[in-house]
Design a binder for this molecule. Structure first.
Ligand SMILES: *Cc1c(COP(=O)(O)O)cnc(C)c1O
Length: 232
């Protein structure tokens, strides 16, 4: 089933790229494997997938300990400062930076390991109470504040759009995130302009690609529905 699902997702990504006049190589598919067993990840790996997204540090650690192949692990979930110490040498990108304390802890832990880490700033584009992330109007100030942290490469922005049956209704948020990135790049705050937009999930990744996503995070569309009752 995972193989067939991946074929469908890949075909949809290609169509969206074509529609938007973008190259397929501009978009990276992150297979969101949270709650899924290692066997499911192996099935995806057999289809050539090497980029995985997890939203819990412990789960990423557990899977990383069992799978010896060289994978790109993306931390996509809300991150507690006391868990950051496990990420150096494991995660290749953190998508969910949304407060100074967290940014400072990331700086501290990666400096300790003499490593740099690619980070994205999470933005709550729709202003949903239930979601983490900065309000769009807070982002410029935040970028200025964390731009001085030498072990963080601020690569771009991430958003989780509202759950909806109508993906078209999320286009405004994806477009808004791209415009925010362009605005910040125009201000020359960062030594290197941001080049990354992590946006689009199973329900809306085609729209996100049309609006400039460079990472799409797809879980259900690859691995099927998640069963949280199996977890602690
Ligand atoms: C779970 C999750 C996804 C994947 O969601 P699906 O709807 O299953 O594709 C993407 N991004 C984040 C941050 C997630 O937590």
């Amino acid at each position: 089933m995972i193989k067939e699902n991946l074929e469908i997702v890949e075909s949809n990504i290609r169509k969206a790229c074509e529609k938007a006049g973008r190259e397929r190589s501009e978009v990276t598919l992150i297979a969101v494997s949270k709650t899924k067993p290692v066997e499911a990840l192996r099935e995806a790996m057999d289809c050539g997938i090497r980029v995985f997204g997890e939203n819990k540090v412990q789960e990423m650690k557990d899977k990383n300990a069992v799978i010896t192949e060289d994978l790109d692990w993306h931390m996509i979930g809300h991150l507690q400062a006391n868990k950051v110490k496990y990420l150096p040498g494991m995660a290749c990108m953190i998508h969910s930076v949304d407060n100074i304390k967290l940014a400072q802890e990331i700086e501290k832990q990666f400096a300790k390991n003499d490593m740099k880490i690619d980070v994205l700033i999470e933005v709550n584009m729709a202003g949903e109470d239930t979601k983490f992330g900065l309000a769009p109007q807070e982002v410029v100030t935040f970028v200025k504040e964390i731009s001085a942290l030498p072990h963080l490469n601020i690569r771009g922005l991430m958003t989780i759009a509202p759950y909806t049956e109508d993906p078209e209704s999320n286009r405004q948020y994806f477009r808004g995130l791209r415009e925010l990135k362009d605005e910040i790049n125009g201000m020359n705050i960062l030594p290197v302009p941001m080049d990354t937009l992590s946006m689009g999930m199973t329900g809306d990744y085609q729209i996100a690609i049309e609006e400039g996503a460079t990472f799409v995070r797809v879980g259900t569309g690859i691995f099927g529905e998640r069963d949280y009752s199996l977890k602690s």
